[in-house]
Design a protein around this ligand. Structure first.
Ligand SMILES: C[S@@+](CC[C@H](N)C(=O)[O-])C[C@H]1O[C@@H](n2cnc3c(N)ncnc32)[C@H](O)[C@@H]1O
Length: 450
């Protein structure tokens, strides 16, 4: 791969505009851009982005990137050593090989991706909450789920760097150097990968014959990769373009008509505002984000169920149910509500049903070791996404109260005028997340009001 880039010598001196350098490089490595689009820093929602220079129809290809131009563990200059010592680079995230490739390519004057990586001479524009102070996170984002997610990220980054990356780079002083390839640079590159990388979708299993044994097995996700040009596009939930993966290239395809002068928007996936802020450092105005969600922790249902219990017998029953629920739900410790309804409706319905059972029903349920399969189907159908139909007290009451408890955990804060003003400051982005979550919870409370 990348031999193309090696063969052509381009002057990448800093006097030349980094964007011009990049576009020149794209041309050399075979990235083909339609004459109907351009990359720009003006007229976009955030720094670089893509604009339509002409009207574009649905189905038109905006650009094509040959696979040889992608930057990942197999295309980097250090691919041989990454491959040879693959087993020592395994980690829960699966990101270490790409990060080592980026540590090398980002700091090498010989990198084949220099004009691409030169677009970001520093990563100061990345303002993920992991770069905020702990006080800011805990203050501005309390109750949103982000502070906890960031704490976990920071622990994992530190652990991965200390136990996997550092021993590896010390072993290869000809390629890496701990005083250049520091934890600080590593952390910035993690944020870069979070916000700019792509993951190839898993191949669909095209068989009905394959054994049921594999059915529940979680597949390991494909490792992330950098996709020059595709990562110039900004995201909105109501996007107008989409990246397609083919055998030898990746194509950005228009998915609904784009008018001349409009920005071309990709989708980074169905992302709630808290996820956008956590992974990408930005939010959409919460009213516009059709993928916005709010979580209700299962513990809040437990708290509501135990409220006002008088007798020891009732308390014991709730405790037993709670033990069972924790086992049933395992990792799924929250229920997710979107603008159209519950996104984890089967789990929610099961939990509500257990919590509302009489003592007799519960002991029968334990004896049967759960529901019959068809009964379970019925349960999730009755509780599908259409405005929580068929919902009766006390289920209604449980959801209502759990939503109220969750909304109150945000603490006291005022929307003020800041939300309307823009999305740039940390406070404004935090407000978009909290307002979005609060409005979903309030709507839920409306729907479940007795
Ligand atoms: C894949 S990059 C897109 C290119 C980026 N604008 C640049 O100049 O390098 C993703 C980053 O773009 C920004 N971004 C993307 N969509 C955005 C939006 N709708 N509003 C604000 N910022 C956005 C965020 O900083 C995000 O981390």
């Amino acid at each position: 791969m990348a031999t193309e880039a090696k063969r052509h010598k381009v002057d990448y001196s800093s006097e030349i505009n980094p964007l011009q350098n990049f576009l020149q490089w794209c041309n050399i490595v075979g990235v083909r851009l339609s004459h109907k689009v351009c990359v720009s820093k003006e007229g976009t929602v955030a720094e670089y982005g893509m604009l339509a220079k002409d009207n574009i129809e649905e189905g038109e290809v905006l650009f094509t990137i040959p696979r040889s131009a992608l930057l990942h563990q197999q295309t980097t200059m250090v691919s041989a050593v990454l491959e040879k010592e693959r087993s020592s680079l395994e980690s829960p995230s699966g990101w270490v090989p790409l990060l080592l490739a980026l540590l090398y390519e980002y700091t090498s004057s010989q990198s084949n991706w220099k004009p691409y990586l030169f677009l970001w001479t520093n990563f100061k524009s990345l303002d993920h909450p992991m770069f905020w102070s702990k006080e800011e996170r805990d203050g501005l984002l309390r109750g949103t789920g982000i502070p906890e997610a960031v704490e976990t990220d920071l622990v994992n980054i530190q652990r991965e760097y200390t136990h996997v990356v550092l021993p590896f780079i010390k072993k290869h002083p000809d390629l890496w150097n701990p005083s250049t390839h520091t934890l600080e640079l590593y952390t910035e590159l993690v944020a870069f990968v979070m916000a700019y990388s792509f993951q190839e979708p898993q191949e669909e299993e095209d068989d009905d014959e394959d054994d049921d044994d594999d059915e529940d097995e979680e597949k390991t996700p494909n490792p992330p990769m950098m996709v020059p040009m595709a990562d110039m596009l900004n995201h909105v939930s109501n996007h107008n373009a989409n990246l397609e993966f083919t055998l030898d290239s990746l194509k950005m395809v228009c998915v609904r008509p784009i008018h001349k002068g409009e920005e071309v928007f990709n989708t980074y996936g169905q992302m709630a505002n808290w996820q956008l802020l956590h992974m990408y450092g930005f939010t959409e105005p919460h009213q516009n984000n059709t993928n916005d969600t709010a979580d209700i922790p299962i513990t809040n249902f437990y708290k509501v169920a135990t409220q006002g219990i008088q007798s020891d017998q009732d308390r014991q029953l709730v405790e037993e149910k709670w033990e069972m629920l924790r086992e049933m739900m395992q990792e799924k410790a929250v229920f997710v509500f979107g603008k159209q309804g519950c996104l984890t409706d089967a789990e929610l319905h099961s939990a509500l049903k257990v919590l509302c059972m009489s003592e007799e029903e519960f002991s029968e349920f334990k004896e049967n070791e759960g529901w019959e399969e068809d009964e379970e189907d019925e349960i999730s159908l009755a509780f599908s996404n259409e405005g929580l139909p068929g919902l009766k007290a006390p289920w209604k009451w449980l959801i209502h109260e759990a939503a109220r408890l969750t909304a109150s955990s945000f603490g006291d804060w005022e929307e003020g005028g800041a939300v309307a003003e823009g999305l740039r400051s940390r406070q404004q982005r935090a407000l978009q997340v909290r307002c979005g979550q609060r409005s979903i919870l309030h709507r839920l409370m409306e729907l479940t009001k007795s």
